[in-house]
Design a protein around this ligand. Sequence first.
Ligand code: ZN
Length: 324
Amino acid sequence: MEASGFKCERCGAPLDVSPETIVAVCPYCGFPNHISGSISTENIFIAPSLGKEEVYRAFMHRVERDVDLRSLRDDIQVVEIEGRYVPYWEGRVYLKGEVKYMRRETECHTVTDSQGNTREECHTVERHYHEFIDRNLHLMGSARRQVTDFGINDIIKHYKKKFPELKPLKELDEDEWQRIKLEILNTEMDERQARMLMKEDAVDVVREEYKAKSDRIEYFRCMPGEPEDVKLVLLPVWTVYYRYGNSIFKVAFSGWDGKDVAATEPMTALRRAMYVGGIILGIVIGGIGAGAISSGAAIIPLVAGAGIAYYSGSKVLAGTRVER
Ligand SMILES: [Zn+2]
């Protein structure tokens, strides 16, 4: 597969390059080779990964820790453990701007009548606010076009909480690379595109914040500066696939510290029984409501019953619980 003719700048090994390749990390020595698009290979960092055995132990530890899983322990069979480096663009964007918005608020005051009795009177008022934006946002996103891969976004949240030690990929020696190497998913976005997206995302983040706390935005101007400290970060993401019954489930782990970041898991028989119980309970409450409909107050139990039945039903249909 060396038809492309590209060779590693450092060790001369053949590289697997496609027309979309921006940077090709040499599978033999770990050197980042710039192929196309805008990217400075000095700004590519890697978080060294744990090994497969450590990830397996982290998985077993999770099984022991989880009450539901522990009871299934003997029927759980690990099928596959797969580790990959996923590329993310990271940077900071400084924003300046101005916003005017309106928010409806309840205003109460005490009124005293001619008899000297006091009471509280409340009404809704439209309050107008004028604020200046002066923010510095830390942004991070997948450097891949499809972000649907399991665990990829969950890793970002964990990264921001528990920052790994990062090493410049260019300075990693061959031995160290051999110890930590995994398959590397392609970077599909170059630095220019990443910078553009960061600026757009930064403005969106601020706009959404004001949307959430106002009833109407009357004026919005927000200028993002050029992103700073922009780097491409390769983060190790491990997925453990395991069989229980006739289904395969998976757990994603962050590769630098073995934290479980996302999982699909089987429901235990007990949990399933509780949900099924919920359906019956819902129907019964609904039935009482329907029977008492002439009383006029029936709508409450009817709606509540339907709600419980719907909630429980959807859980059983799903068959798995998803934890993040
Ligand atoms: Zn090489």
